[in-house]
Write a protein that binds this ligand. Sequence first.
Ligand SMILES: [Zn+2]
Length: 410
Amino acid sequence: MKCRHCNTELEHVFVDLITCPPSNDMVKSEHLNEPEAYYPLKIFVCHNCLLVQVDEMKKADQIFDSEYTYFSSYSSSWLEHSKNYAEYMINRFGYNEKSQVIEIASNDGYLLQYFKKHKVPVLGIEPTANTAAIAKEKGIDTIVDFFGTKFADNQLANKGIKGDLILGNNVLAHVPDVNDFVQGMKRALKDNGVITMEFPHLLKLVQENQFDTIYHEHFSYLSFIAVRRIFDHQGLKVFDVQEIPTHGGSLRIFARHAEDSSKPVSQNVYDLLEKEKLAGMESLSFYQNFQQVVDKIKYNTWNFLIQMKRDGKKVAGYGAAAKGNTLLNYCGIKGNDLIRFVSDASPYKQNRYLPGSRIPVFEPNRIREYKPDIVIIFPWNLKTEISEQLSYIRNWGGKFVVFVPELSIF
Ligand SMILES: [Zn+2]
């Protein structure tokens, strides 16, 4: 297995989570008697370019099947984040009715709608057909496809479409061929255009034990050092960067053509490089102690759940997120004896079963009826929001639990 960026043989394991089914493959009740496909989930770090990555190219078309159940518009905090981004970009770069904004993995149009409100022309690119259909209903021009050089040439450049802004949120880390993807953006970008990408920051993943953000759909785990190198290699210069709180700590990078001298490199770039260097991210040892941390979380999770069972406590979960599936599958939890059910606000997840563990997913109201002593919040990055929404569990003495970055009961 070779590094996806620099083609060096991968030799060093970052973490081995053994095997897991694709984390978004919710199981329907009529499929409960059928087997599930499990794939290895082993993450390597390249000793040459320090890109952290999964070791196999799992077929993208299998993961993004047409029934992919994630719709961005269901989270109010994410919509707020997107709205603020659109307004910030319009203010900073002056986009108007003559500009072209292109979003890669535009989902249901959750973000482009805010550019459209300001009359900025938008184009979405989205691989899942049913999600793209919702965007089109909102009047957001969307092409159903994966993005890469082939798409950039055939669907954009050859048709005279180039972006003043090309953006992608939580897509860069999900791309199997990262070089081709970044080269595609280079080809689809106007001479003075800007690219922004948001992705979870590997520094946070390691410092805050966020191993449950590792899953098959997530091919790369990105440091600023590694990303800058990948963009440089394709003739793109990262000229600014912001640390943002989404997904437990993300980066938003700003890139331009290397030849475009109109945008000087911000001090933020040098500061963040220094920060990563001080944390040790330029040396291999930074990446090689993570397995022990992850195993400790597994043992603490087991201890806690078994203790609750012995004490006769009622335990439920909230948030049928990919994160929870990584945790439950790595811990080898099967069935609903330790966690009775998981509630989720998305109707697309309700009355299905979590992949691997096969814990049933119900509507949020089920928590009110069941009155659990413990509610596990799987999307720990939303623990404040969720514990406020479910604060009524305090009426019967209920408590919340998260397992990452460490076991915490509150
Ligand atoms: Zn490499």
